[in-house]
Ligand binder design. Structure first.
Ligand SMILES: NC(=O)c1ccc[n+]([C@@H]2O[C@H](COP(=O)([O-])OP(=O)(O)OC[C@H]3O[C@@H](n4cnc5c(N)ncnc54)[C@H](OP(=O)(O)O)[C@@H]3O)[C@@H](O)[C@H]2O)c1
Length: 283
């Protein structure tokens, strides 16, 4: 199937501030793409990125915190000739205005882009300083969108404070059946402020697969197209209307395909989401 035809099957969600759409499942590069110097692992990462794009995915998420992941992603995107198709997100993770500028310029070189689709303040480190720089960069066309991230419920109130004024385009946050706390306020605050939501840790860093190991996906979940547990977990996330995109981390091409499959076909409604949560809670 051509990438264009595959993309037709993949759910696209709008970025609220502009209406531009992105596929509802992307790819996280933490750990999986920190593989420079290892030819076999780099080949796996290449296959994973190729599979993402072949199946209609576009969004990749990286950070200078992830070792060689930015440079490996940039190199593979160029080798595969898919640079123009990708929506590239990375982060700034340092303190001080000049250090932030140096790091962001370094990330653009490593990712081999002249303009980043999305630059996020990683874990809110020196957020005020970097957001001020990023507002200037956005005006100058060096980044298209700006955002803030965290991975822990303890920071959700801080994330909410940053998105409430309404001039942050994206919030990236942990949200899953195992870590559902963003449900309490943050996702509603994102919807109210028209902030796009990227979901990190959709599998609680893989721990959720340990919990369901050896247990079958329930038959009733197959009615909404959950062919495997990854799709069960991701469809529950995507069933929340405030979620724009989830970014499971892997360099396993088969896992990329399973994950993209969650963005095809039906999604659970609220009653089904409650049933899925109750079932997961019972395991
Ligand atoms: N503060 C932040 O901004 C922040 C924090 C955390 C994460 N993130 C971002 O979010 C991304 C995702 O989070 P994460 O990587 O921590 O955790 P995750 O996506 O919840 O889980 C990753 C784990 O799930 C496994 N996995 C992925 N797809 C699978 C599938 N279809 N079937 C079975 N296992 C599967 C992977 O194993 P395999 O490798 O074997 O596939 C890996 O061990 C990161 O890569 C990063 O880009 C950002």
């Amino acid at each position: 199937m051509s990438a264009a035809r595959a993309a037709d099957r993949i759910l696209q969600r709008p970025i609220p501030k502009t209406g531009e759409t992105i596929p509802a499942v992307g790819l996280g590069t933490w750990q999986g793409f920190d593989v420079a110097g290892d030819a076999a692992e780099t080949a796996q990462a290449r296959e994973a990125l190729k599979t993402l794009v072949d199946l209609g995915g576009r969004m990749i998420d990286s950070s200078p915190m992830y070792g060689s992941a930015e440079s490996v992603s940039g190199q593979l995107a160029e080798e595969l000739g898919v640079k123009s198709k990708l929506f590239v997100a990375t982060k700034v993770w340092t303190s001080g205005k000049q250090a932030g500028i140096r790091q962001m310029e370094d990330s653009m070189r490593k990712l081999r882009v002249e303009r980043l689709d999305l630059m996020q303040v990683h874990n809110l480190v020196d957020a005020g300083t970097h957001l001020a720089t990023l507002r200037e960069w956005k005006k100058a066309g060096r980044v298209r969108y700006l955002g803030v991230t965290h991975y822990h419920a303890g920071a959700h109130a801080d994330l909410e404070r940053h998105i409430k004024p309404g001039d942050v385009d994206f919030v990236q946050v942990n949200y899953s059946l195992a870590e559902p706390e963003a449900d309490r306020r943050l996702l509603a605050a994102a919807a109210d402020s028209r902030t796009a939501v990227i979901v990190n840790r959709p599998f609680a860093e893989g721990a959720m697969f340990g919990r369901v190991k050896g247990k079958p996906v329930p038959e009733w979940a197959k009615d909404i197209g959950c062919a495997n547990w990854a799709q069960f977990f991701l469809k529950w996330i995507l069933g929340h209307p405030a979620v724009t995109c989830a970014i499971p981390g892997t360099r396993n091409a088969k896992h990329v395909a399973d994950n993209l499959g969650a963005a095809a076909g039906a999604l659970p409604d609220e009653a089904m989401r409650r049933r899925m949560a109750a079932h997961f809670g019972s395991l």
